[in-house]
Design a protein around this ligand. Structure first.
Ligand code: MG
Length: 159
């Protein structure tokens, strides 16, 4: 049995007039994440971790941010497709551990909904998805609410 780990990171700017999609869920917020797709930073970091574990490039190499097909796209589609890509190579996701850094709004009340949205797309149970959130203690661009970050680690296995 082969076991591999993958890591992903993503950042998006926060802007007024945009929706804030995080972990496949729309959060009530004053500012939303800007980007070509729905700018779901948590799913993008997760996709990069999954692709990285299987050594299949990164999200931008599969879903270019200049391709009009992905404009305003629901990132849950990317997660589903990335999972399909690694499954086609015989890999199976075991678990994912995610962290988002964001000053406001509070993420914790939405964590169960995010797990529920993302776990089935990876073929795993909610118990296999960990989502943690922290502020940036008002430091830097995250602290000034100019942007948000996400980090992801996943474990994959091949029988
Ligand atoms: Mg992104």
């Amino acid at each position: 049995m082969k076991i591999r780990v993958g890591f992903g990171f993503d950042v998006h700017p926060l802007e007024e007039g945009r929706e804030l999609w995080l972990g496949g869920v729309k959060l009530p917020a004053m500012k939303g994440a800007a980007g070509h797709s729905d700018a779901d930073v948590l799913i993008h970091a997760l996709c990069d971790a999954i692709l990285g574990a299987a050594n299949l490039g990164d999200i931008g190499s599969h879903f270019s941010n200049t391709d009009p097909r992905w404009a305003g796209m629901d990132s849950k589609y990317f997660l589903q497709e990335v999972t399909r890509m690694i499954q086609a190579k015989g890999w199976k996701i075991m678990n994912a551990d995610l962290t988002v850094t964001l000053e406001t709004p509070k993420v914790r009340p939405h964590i169960d909904a995010m797990k529920q949205a993302m776990a089935p797309l990876m073929g795993i149970s909610m118990d296999d998805v960990s989502i943690k959130a922290t502020t940036n203690e008002r430091l830097g661009y995250v602290g000034r609410m100019e942007g948000l970050n996400a980090y992801a680690v996943v474990l994959i296995v091949q029988e």
